[in-house]
Design a protein around this ligand. Structure first.
Ligand SMILES: NC(=O)c1ccc[n+]([C@@H]2O[C@H](COP(=O)([O-])OP(=O)(O)OC[C@H]3O[C@@H](n4cnc5c(N)ncnc54)[C@H](OP(=O)(O)O)[C@@H]3O)[C@@H](O)[C@H]2O)c1
Length: 324
């Protein structure tokens, strides 16, 4: 039995009085990996992870629901001991309730602990009624010019206040500009802003701005997304050796030791045990990790529809038209 500190014991206090487990399992899994996802969710819960991050858009909720059913039926965990989040996709910007209903049905639960607005943009719904794909046949983004992203937030807030199906409300991919508008026009703070955050893109100003307003930051893509490029950073490897933990755990501890939650993904059940330990990184070590991104900033998630949101170091991906 290892005597290393566990990240699974850490929680973060939110501005509405609820607490979120600092370590969550991400689940934006490619469609062919469904059985792997089911196994990874079960392994994560068995390893003590109590927070699962998902979204209507990922298509993974029915499979997470299968894993949860097995865990609940076996008495391995109870619903009240888990923290499950989901997100409302921009094509459902004016139908948050519809999104939530589908999510609850697929997950097989009757509430989510936190419901996020996925992106502060609005898409048109496809003609076939499937609101997933935001591009037309020419590759152009189908923004809904009549839409207002703040309407989604207001609808999620109403769901929190008028139903028993949402405990806390969050936003994702918001910059300071969108938060200012939200505060001015709605006045009720989200508990969290989930953004891409890791040593290649430390975004210290944005993080400090949200935290000063009382909104916690949660890091997505902590390994640099598909392919996990950050695991190979020499500084990350050096610290992993020093603390006798995996490089993954240096990248999750970087957030947890800074008071943030983090949602790493693995669909490989055996790797779950490389996520659960906490390295007690010093302030100097965290600053040394930040330096990687200060010197060479890079985002790994740069969706076309995010270009105008206002994030720093966002390089526009060429559209289908431009690639021709
Ligand atoms: N709000 C948003 O807009 C947004 C956007 C992106 C992500 N997210 C959330 O954040 C979560 C995490 O982000 P992410 O999925 O983009 O990426 P990530 O957690 O940075 O990295 C996931 C990738 O790392 C690989 N990996 C993990 N450990 C590894 C190891 N030891 N060796 C080699 N590869 C390893 C995984 O492969 P295996 O599965 O094979 O282990 C997977 O391909 C998502 O799942 C989602 O829940 C939210």
């Amino acid at each position: 039995m290892s005597n290393k500190a566990l990240a699974t014991n850490r929680t973060i206090e939110l501005n509405d009085g609820n607490k979120i487990p600092a370590l969550g399992l991400g689940s934006a899994t490619p469609p062919e990996d469904h059985q792997r996802l089911i196994d990874a969710v079960k392994a994560a819960v068995r390893a003590g992870i109590r927070h699962i991050d998902t979204a209507w858009y990922y298509g993974s909720e029915p499979y997470i629901g299968q894993a949860l059913k097995e865990l609940f039926d076996n008495g391995e965990v109870q619903r009240k001991d888990l923290f499950i989040t989901s997100k409302v996709w921009p094509a459902l910007w004016d139908r948050a309730e519809q999104s939530l209903k589908q999510t609850l049905k697929d997950l097989g639960v009757d509430y989510v602990d936190l419901l996020y607005q996925h992106w502060p943009v609005c898409f048109k719904t496809d003609e076939d009624g499937l609101p997933k794909k935001p591009f037309d046949e020419n590759g152009a983004i189908k923004f809904d010019e009549k839409g207002d992203y703040l309407e989604t937030y207001k609808q999620i807030l109403r769901l929190r206040d008028t139903t028993n199906h949402v405990k806390s409300i969050g936003v994702s991919n918001y910059t300071e500009k969108q938060l200012d508008r939200l505060i001015e026009e709605v006045g009720v703070l989200p508990v969290l802003n989930q953004i891409e955050l890791h040593p290649r893109i430390p975004q210290k100003k944005l993080v400090e701005y949200f935290e000063a307003k009382g909104v916690k930051i949660e890091a997505f893509s902590p390994f640099g997304a598909q392919g996990a490029p950050l695991l190979k950073e020499p500084k990350v490897e050096e610290l992993a050796q020093k603390y006798d933990v995996s490089p993954n755990e240096i990248l999750t501890s970087y957030h947890i030791m800074s008071g943030r939650s983090v949602v790493p993904r693995t669909s490989t059940a055996e790797r779950v045990n490389q996520l659960i330990h906490l390295a007690q990184l010093t302030k100097e070590e965290i600053a040394a990790l930040d330096q990687i991104g200060i010197d060479e900033p890079k985002r790994f998630i740069q969706e076309d529809w995010g270009t105008d949101i206002g994030f720093e170091h966002w390089k526009k991906v060429p559209s289908w038209e431009e690639k021709k």
